[in-house]
Design a protein around this ligand. Structure first.
Ligand SMILES: Cc1cc2nc3c(=O)[nH]c(=O)nc-3n(C[C@H](O)[C@H](O)[C@H](O)COP(=O)(O)OP(=O)(O)OC[C@H]3O[C@@H](n4cnc5c(N)ncnc54)[C@H](O)[C@@H]3O)c2cc1C
Length: 341
């Protein structure tokens, strides 16, 4: 299997290089051919990755994941802190959680909160509510996430509720509102600019009190949503992203600007300058292992930067699930194979 896998990869590598070389030559009608080939490659790779041995998948996943253990997350966090970059640590887990897993995830997060506090690391935590039973029982989920927020708040730390697919959107906003009422300084939420409802969600959240305590990470969104509720074209998603950010600045909301898209980063910086937003009101955020040069250039400009560090034993399911949810990830992985190995 391993040798078949590597042969297969060599073939894909050659094909991908061909696509890149031809596209550089800008041949007429080429863009359609390129799209079809890329889409074929995406589908093929998703199917193959799912049956590949874990050790092989780890070769390209490790660039984006701190490791399997809590100690791996601590090590990466300390390295970034030394560069003046903050972190948000995410424990990887199954989204359709079985009840018996909830306690395991909770114990791990509580250990993580203790350990990062003991080591005086500057970090926050990102949490996926489906890991704590959001789709099974919202009250149970609230109680579990609240326990994490209580522990984090007692150490002066912050918990961000990640945004998942549209089945979760309203439930996660409601969870945020409930927790924000009790812990306005220690909890935040994520909104996705591909969702058509996002501007009205910002308007709604901007009414929460005390003024200035709302904290939103704005990102494009990673899940495959239907066109009735989500923008599909990149121009529309980007336009909505910058409109959302502008609305957040105008409403006094703390903005965590999560993107690796250079044009969006430039647009965000224009807005920061236009509204004279200081570092106490915003930060940039990027995923671990993605566009490190761009990240460095933002830090050098003097802006706050936070890196999202996922870790955990469930890295394999996470990697393959992300591929299934967003086949665009496949092209990132192929690019990583060429540029780093
Ligand atoms: C800190 C952070 C937290 C996030 N939290 C959530 C969340 O809670 N909910 C949610 O739905 N989505 C979340 N996302 C994912 C986000 O919605 C996008 O899917 C992802 O960031 C890619 O969009 P982009 O803005 O970087 O633009 P893109 O146009 O997709 O990417 C711009 C460039 O960045 C590089 N790139 C982007 N992503 C990757 C990657 N994964 N691997 C390798 N290279 C990559 C590529 O070079 C690409 O050309 C988060 C993203 C970040 C950075």
């Amino acid at each position: 299997m391993v040798s078949n896998g590597s042969k297969w990869f060599q073939m894909v590598q050659r094909l991908f290089k061909m696509v890149q070389d031809c596209s550089r030559e800008n041949l007429p009608g080429w863009s359609n051919v390129k799209l079809n080939v890329m889409s074929f490659l995406n589908d093929a790779i998703v199917s193959v990755v799912k049956i590949m041995p874990e050790r092989l998948v780890w070769i390209f996943s490790k660039k984006y994941i701190a490791g399997r253990e809590l100690s791996d997350a601590l090590k990466v966090t300390a390295e970034f802190n030394a560069q003046g970059i903050k972190r948000t640590i995410d424990l990887l887990g199954e989204d359709l959680t079985r009840m018996e897993n909830i306690d395991i995830y909770k114990k791990e997060y509580l250990n993580l909160i203790q350990a990062t506090s003991k080591k005086a690391l500057s970090n926050s935590f990102s949490v996926k509510p489906t890991m704590f039973g959001l789709l099974i029982d919202t009250s149970l989920c609230y109680r579990n996430v609240r326990d994490l927020v209580v522990a984090a708040a007692s150490k002066g730390k912050f918990v961000r509720i990640d945004m998942e697919d549209s089945e979760c959107t309203q439930k996660e906003i409601d969870l945020y509102k409930r927790l924000h009422f009790e812990f306005p300084d220690n909890v935040g939420i994520v909104l996705q600019s591909y969702m058509k409802r996002t501007l009205s969600d910002i308007a709604d959240l901007s009414r929460l009190q005390p003024a200035g305590s709302v904290n939103i990470r704005i990102c494009k969104g990673i899940y495959n949503e239907p066109p009735e509720i989500a923008y599909k074209k990149m121009e529309e998603i980007n336009k909505n992203y910058l409109e959302a950010l502008e609305m957040m600045f105008n409403s006094g909301i703390y903005a965590a600007i999560a993107t690796h898209d250079k044009s969006l980063i430039e647009g965000a910086i224009r807005l920061i300058e236009k509204y004279k937003i200081g570092n106490e009101r915003c930060e940039f955020q990027m995923l671990y292992g993605v566009t490190p040069e761009l990240r460095k250039s933002i830090v050098e400009m003097g802006y706050n930067m936070r890196v999202y560090v996922p870790y955990g034993k469930d890295w394999f399911n996470y990697s393959t699930r992300r591929l299934k949810e967003n086949p665009k990830m496949v092209s990132h992985i192929i690019k990583a194979l060429f540029t780093n190995n």
